[in-house]
Design a binder for this molecule. Sequence first.
Ligand code: PLP
Length: 377
Amino acid sequence: MRKIQMVDLKGQYDGIKDQVNSSFQEVIENAAFINGPEVQQFQKDLEEYLQVKHVIPCANGTDALQIAMMGLDLKPGDEVITADFTFAATVEVIALLQLTPVLVDVEPDSFNIDPEAIKKAITPKTKAIVPVHLFGQAANMDAIMEIAKEHNLYVIEDNAQAIGGNYHFKNGETQKTGAIGHIGATSFFPSKNLGCYGDGGAIFTNDDDLAHTIRGIVNHGMYERYHHDVVGVNSRLDSLQAAVLRAKLPKLDSYNEARRKSANKYSEAFKGQEDIITPVLLDKEDTHVYHQYTLKIKNGKRDALAKHLQEKGIPFGIYYPIPLHKQKAYTDSRYNEADFPVTNQLVQEVLSLPMHTELDDEQIEYITATIKNFLDT
Ligand SMILES: Cc1ncc(COP(=O)(O)O)c(C=O)c1O
C-alpha cells in the first residue's frame, strides 16, 4: 500500500508535471515574476470558471479577507458577524481592522454558520456577515442573503475551503460559491482544493466600483503610479504560482469529483457504525467539495480513536479543537456559553480523515477497517 498522507501534493503533481515544468521554465525565461501574463491569464480563466465579473489575485487567503473588508470601507467599531467554528483567519482580519468580531454558533449537520444565530446577533452596528463554506460545503446562502438584504448588510464569503462548489438557490438558480455575496475571498494554500506551490489568494466580486477600489488597495492604494489615494497593502500573486493554478484550474472539477468519490466510499464503509456520524450532505452532491472529510465521533471516543490512529500511522486532523470565542485573542465578555452549544460539542467530536485527489481504494479500506475495528472492540 502507498504511504497514507493527509494530502498528497506530489502524487497530484505527477499528473500535471509537464505543463507545470514548461510554464515555470517560460516564466523564468521571460523574467516577468510579478504581474506577468500568467497572472493576468489566470485571473481571466478564474473569472470565466466562477462566472464572476472580477477576480483580483492577491498574496494569500487571509489577505483576501482583509482586503475585502478594507474595500467595503468598514469603520472601527462596526460589527461583523462570523462563525465561531472556523479557522482563525476569518476573525483575525476583522479584529486587525479594529472592527468588532461577533462570533455566532453553527449548525450541527453542515458545521456552517446558523442563520438563526445571525439574526439574533444583529445590532444597529452590524455591517457585514462572513459565512465560511466550511470543509467544502456551501453555507445556507438563501437565508444569509435574505437576512443581509433585510438589514442592509454586506456578505463576504470565505470560500477558502470550497472552491468549485455550487450553490442551488430555492428559486432554481445555481451559482459558484464565492461568487454569491458582495465579495468572495479564497486561498490557494497548497493543500486547498485549488492550491498553488506557495501562498496565494484571490478576491471575487461582480461590483465594478468595488473591484476598482480593491485593485488599488492590493497595490499600495495606487490607482495612478505613485499617487496613493487610500491606505493600501502590498498583496500579489506571483507568476510562478499563477502558472501552477493555470495548470490545475481545468482539472478542478475532476479533482473535486475524485474527493466526492472518496468521501462516498468512506461514508459507505462507516454505515451502521453507532459511534460515527458521517458528513451530512444538505443538498445535491455538487454543493460539497470535501476540502475535509470530517466525522463526528460520538460517545466520548474521539480522543481515544485519535490516539489509536496515531499509533497506526494514519494521519488525521482535529479541525478545530477550540471554539474561537474561547481563544485568548478573541474572548469577549459579551459572549454567553449558552449561545454556543453546537460549537462547544463539535470541538470534542470532530475528526478529519485523509482527503485528497490521490486516495486509492486500498488506503480507504485500510483507514476505515482500522477505525471500525477500534470502535467495535
Ligand atoms: C476558512 C479559511 N479562511 C481563510 C484561510 C486563510 O488562507 P491563507 O492560509 O491562504 O491565508 C484559510 C486557510 O487556511 C481557511 O481555511
